[in-house]
Design a protein around this ligand. Structure first.
Ligand code: PLP
Length: 478
């Protein structure tokens, strides 16, 4: 026994190093604070994109200890300064958000205190915060209190949870799979097709509904497709609409889709991962009908400007969600008396999870909602400004967007697509602002996604100057 105690004490000497002293903690926080302040202060002047074709080096784990200062130096050079600086207001590619500071503080608090946010019994306080955030979202989107929700890592997993519930509600399994039909727009985010494969629905029939000139689903076409499929003894069970498509920012006609899905007893899913929070703005009317969805996805790491790592799903039919996500295990027996809908673990494939609710709860408590709404309104106006200026410069622009994603291209006299590709290459080489490209109806276009809370009028002016000089360079090459 004495030997055993001695061995344990010996190990303690080394294992205690993991509990750093208050002095060390303060030192660490000082260094991290100095580093993050410098990072944020420089964002308005540094490039938003640094093309880097080489993998980063010096990041290997080799059991050679380094100081935090040294590691921050490596991090800055090999991580921050390579590729897109997603925290920059100059990130106008894909779907940016920025990452508000107080959400990172919430993450820090969640990590230090480390409450178990998967099960109510384990941390009623943390789980209440998770549920408070979900209730707040239900309120924003006029979902009933009885709906369930989950805070997932992002839009992809949130969509996966929703589509799984749709599958289970309609019992799409076995021989029913190949007779069942899902209706999508070609503009739907690709995480929908990915989710269908993951949840065993790879072999369902997918109908891509024709879109109008504003990239929205044509309702008469959708209705006709469903009627035809029913007449052919198929099983139409799901329509996926977008409230803000990734490429064009279009909102599908939600009221009309809801009427069709109700009439045909189908599941109505809305992916509002990008656009959802614009419901808080002057664009509210465009979201009419969203409250009729059976399931809804919204990403606070997009429209609420949080750092990456928070998507949300709301689902009206609890039982469908519990069917796939609730499971009783002996080692969980202490928690079995909880109301199922309280515990995030019953609404998601995750059991142990990061306490994500705090990263939205804390900023909302500190700032109130008004600055978020102002920021969203500002993005809408910046989109209009950007498009007008581009037209003045001779660019063609896509249709007036519903929200803050749009696209443009230069009408080169020859080889339009190839030349626009050269233009985006020149834009990427410059990097002061980051834009991405896409292909819309075979047209090579440059996308602008204005959503970062740090994107300001000055950022758009910088983008315009960069586009002008990149265009000159491209024309010179011609
Ligand atoms: C409309 C839409 N849905 C889903 C997603 C996927 O979300 P995430 O990247 O958070 O998984 C995105 C991402 O841009 C999106 O724009």
């Amino acid at each position: 026994m004495q030997e055993l105690v001695q061995q344990i004490k010996q190990l303690e000497e080394l294992s205690n190093q993991l509990e750093v002293s208050e002095f060390e903690r303060e030192n660490t926080l000082k260094q991290v604070s100095a580093y993050t302040n410098q990072f944020i202060n420089q964002l308005p002047v540094v490039k938003a994109f640094n093309e880097a074709n080489q993998p980063s080096c010096g990041l290997e784990i080799n059991n050679i200890k380094k100081s935090l200062n040294k590691l921050l130096e490596i991090y800055q050079k090999e991580v921050v300064e390579k590729g897109i600086i997603a925290a920059s207001g100059g990130h106008l590619g894909y779907i940016p958000g920025g990452g508000i500071f107080n959400a990172s503080i919430a993450d820090f608090l969640a990590a230090v205190t480390n409450p178990y946010a998967g099960i109510f019994y384990a941390s009623p306080g943390a789980v209440t915060i998770e549920n408070e955030v979900i209730d707040w979202l239900k309120n924003v989107f006029d979902f009933p209190k009885s709906a369930v929700g989950n805070l997932a890592s992002g839009g992809s997993i949130s969509n996966l949870i929703a589509l799984t519930a749709a599958r289970d509600k309609h019992q799409i399994k076995n021989e029913k799979i190949t007779k069942s039909v899902i209706y999508l727009s070609v503009q739907v985010h690709h995480c929908i097709q990915k989710a269908l494969r993951i949840i065993g629905l790879e072999d369902v029939i997918i109908r891509y509904v024709e879109l109008d000139e504003k990239h929205k689903m044509k309702i008469d076409v959708l209705e006709l497709l469903i009627e035809n499929d029913k007449a052919n003894n198929l099983n139409p069970f799901l329509v996926v609409a977008s409230a803000g498509t990734t490429d064009t920012g279009a909102i599908d006609p939600l009221v009309e889709i809801a009427t069709i899905t109700t009439k045909n007893k189908m599941w109505f899913h809305v992916d509002a991962a990008y656009g959802g929070f614009f419901i808080l703005t002057s664009k509210k009317a465009l979201f009419k009908g969203i409250e009729k969805a059976d399931s809804l996805v919204i990403d606070p790491h997009k429209g609420m400007f949080l750092p990456y790592g928070l998507g949300a799903v709301l689902i009206k039919d609890k039982e469908a969600v519990f069917h796939s996500n609730h499971y009783l295990a002996n080692y969980m027996q202490d928690a079995q008396n909880d109301d199922l809908s309280y515990s995030p673990a019953n609404v998601s494939p995750e059991l142990t999870k990061h306490f994500r609710g705090l990263r939205l709860w804390l900023p909302l408590q500190l700032h109130g909602i008004e600055p978020f709404i102002a920021c969203l309104e500002e993005k809408l106006l910046l989109t209009t400004y950007f498009r007008k200026k581009l037209v003045e410069m001779g660019f063609k622009v896509g249709p007036t967007p519903d929200l803050s994603v749009s696209y443009f291209w230069y009408p080169f006299k020859e080889n339009e697509n190839e030349q626009n590709k050269l233009l985006i290459d020149a834009i990427h080489k410059d990097g002061s602002v980051f834009l991405s490209s896409s292909l819309i109806n075979e047209q090579f276009v440059i996308r602008m996604a204005i959503l970062s809370f740090r994107t300001k009028l000055s950022t758009i002016d910088r983008a315009l100057a960069m586009i002008k000089s990149s265009l000159e360079k491209t024309e010179l090459q011609d």
